[in-house]
Design a binder for this molecule. Sequence first.
Ligand code: FAD
Ligand code: NAP
Length: 315
Amino acid sequence: MAKSYDVVVIGAGPGGMTAALYASRANLSVAMIDRGIYGGQMNNTAEIENYPGFKSVMGPDLAQQMYDGSINFGAEYVYGSVESIEDKGEVKLIKTDSDEIEAKAVVIATGSEYKKLGVPGEKEYGGKGVSYCAVCDGAFFRNKDVVVVGGGDSAIEESLYLSKIVNSVTVIHRRDQLRAQKVIQDRAFADEKINFIWNSNVVEVLGDGAKVSGVKVVNNQTNEESVVDASGAFIYVGLLPMTDPFKDLGITDENGWIPTNDHMETSIPGIFAIGDVREKELRQITTAVGDGGLAGQQVFKYIEELNSNKAKQQA
Ligand code: FAD
Ligand code: NAP
């Protein structure tokens, strides 16, 4: 028989952990399922300096502290990869790769993952110089030259992290202006180890068969082609929503993000979505945490209503 909870939270990033904290503190039984270690994208972040309460905190440290809080009121952490949700009205059936779990309400907090650049050599040299995580792989490139592709917060923040380890960082961006927050941009422009190649696209990752040796770059204004020598290529060209398991529910938009109302409700009663997986303006730890608090509270109200309707029907 399937295990049963009041609430299943899918994803143990900052959003999911907050929803689990709020729902369990409201005395609901909660399972928080993740296919990896709790903490989500915070585990890929070296230093966080825009989370209130901390001048600066390491991503994995904040993840651990949030986790400790999230299970403090009885929420259970369950390891598994969610493959689908079946909406059976008042009951939702959550199927993982190894189990089936029933819940009255589900909170989807599955976040997003890195987009691939989609150029020749990227896949071939994955783990051999191509990386999507400076915190995980930066140390392999001590005193070496690396390139970073992209111009958003991730690309520039991780360039700043890498510059403390490597010999040089060359940021290759397809426009002549960065998308990253101004404060981060200013720091990168002031960093002597960080260089920029503007209006340029990486069209191939080059290597000797065993490891990356550089990237081929085309200037999109002049069509001029050049090679940038590098031992590592860090790619930060945006995010993709992790919503494949929920496609059949019809709750995603044309790009795969999940729209919700202010109560974090999706178009299906009893299914909520929070954090980066939502269709939203600002994807941050603070906004994921805010969403999680709201969802935890709304789930409580939703279940109260379910129970009171049931009681009325039985009376
Ligand atoms: P996530 O943190 O992405 O967590 C989602 C979780 O869901 C993951 O643990 C994943 O394993 C799990 N999951 C996904 N699919 C399934 C499935 N099918 N079954 C089970 N589990 C599943 N924000 C800031 O505020 N400050 C920063 O300094 C900062 N730095 C960043 C640096 C980088 C490199 C990146 C990429 C992001 C950064 N962000 C930062 C953004 C911030 O990390 C995210 O906005 C935040 O983590 C989103 O939280 P979340 O809970 O929505 O999702
Ligand atoms: P992002 O903001 O979507 O930026 C992606 C960058 O990659 C953009 O500069 C984009 O160029 C470029 N790009 C996209 N597709 C490309 C392609 N095919 N080829 C070359 N370049 C391409 O993604 P992100 O930087 O990963 O950030 C994701 C979210 O996390 C954002 O909401 C961000 O604010 C948040 N985040 C926050 C922090 C922080 O608060 N400190 C740190 C990291 C991330 P264009 O600019 O031309 O579109």
